[in-house]
Design a protein around this ligand. Sequence first.
Ligand SMILES: Cc1ncc(COP(=O)(O)O)c(C=O)c1O
Length: 443
Amino acid sequence: MTHVIHRHLHSMPPTAVGGEGMVLRDADGRDYIDACGGAAVSCLGHNHPDVRAAMHAQIDALAYAHTSFFTTQPAEALADQLARTAPPGVDRVYFVSGGSEAIEAALKLARQYFVEIGEPERSVFIARRQSYHGNTLGALAVGGNEPRRAVYAPLLIEVTHVSPCYAYRDQAPGELPEAYAARLAAELEATIQACGPKRVIAFVAETVGGATQGATTSPPGYYRAVREICDRHGVLLILDEVMSGMGRTGTLHACEQEGIVPDLMTIAKGLGGGFQPIGAVLARGELVSAISAGSGFFKHGHTYLGHAVACAAGLAVQQVIERDGLLLNVQLKGRSFERLMREQFANHPHVGDIRGRGLFWAVELVQDRGTKAPFDPAAKLHARVKRECMARGLMTYPMPGTIDGRRGDHILLAPPFIVEDSHLELIVDRMHGAIDAAIASLD
Ligand SMILES: Cc1ncc(COP(=O)(O)O)c(C=O)c1O
């Protein structure tokens, strides 16, 4: 019997014992091509020699020093690297140990900023339905995944949710993308008005939708309109790039492709590539200066902030991405991946939508391509697809509840940036086989 509380209490996952590049190996010697980086984490694949060396060197020098006593060289160097490569004006970095912690810190920093500048009446966040921002209570509250929130609803801070960007189902027939963007922006504006513009702290959104909805991109002009509305009302814009950031969509930050700069941005998964648990909040200098000019102390903190080995790993990951020109690879291989999927599934009766950017993609499965009717949620198609993929030596990230938290299934794909065309062909072939087998098993 296992003493670990696993995610699913009725099943035991295989034991991972090793990995190299695109492949993970289990204790029975079975290999799995990693087409999803776990949860869009392993951007350099597994066991990268340069990251390993940087971690070993840091462990030999110093593993840990509490941030209330010391700073460390890797924390300073990683912050310098992140500030140098961040959008203009975003030059302060708060290190944490993962995505949820990054969101908690961003929410608190935003709230404290307003208290410090004399606007304590701001206490409301606006976020989007069908979003995912993490599982701690603040992150869960801003998240818009209803089934995940339901059990904890009485414990959550009040957040108002607006529509996500979901062109496949929500853009009306005949509606131009720009008009769809304007409609979504108008909804945000109306929601800010309804909350009372002086009461809103921030609008929180995943730049590209991730775990809950599957790689949903925004229509052209959406984020520029959002930025303008937030500015007009003095509302901060927090972009959650925990999953979609750090190169995943082909630029270091996903917001670069939207032509806007957020006030706060959260990053995590691709920051450390899974070699160490690390996340961060990137903040516009002005926000931190306001706190500095006021109380001089951000009322937050965790024991492992800026952990030296985690920062050394994150720095090594970011240096490898820069040195090896991997963002270009994300763009090029992303195009190959899209082409392969569109060819392979062009006539597939159950592949309703293929969407994404860079090496961040999702395939939405439907019972009927014409009506876009989803499969019966009770059939748990997503779980069947995952099982069939694993049986074929392929890791993908299938999720349920694509449409409203309950209905709909999609498969999220986020291969490492080192992926080659030969891997992509195998991934698409195996995924096709797994989808067909999973659907056949419903009969
Ligand atoms: C956009 C986004 N934000 C936050 C999180 C939470 O990150 P973590 O699981 O590291 O706490 C996730 C995790 O999937 C995510 O995708």
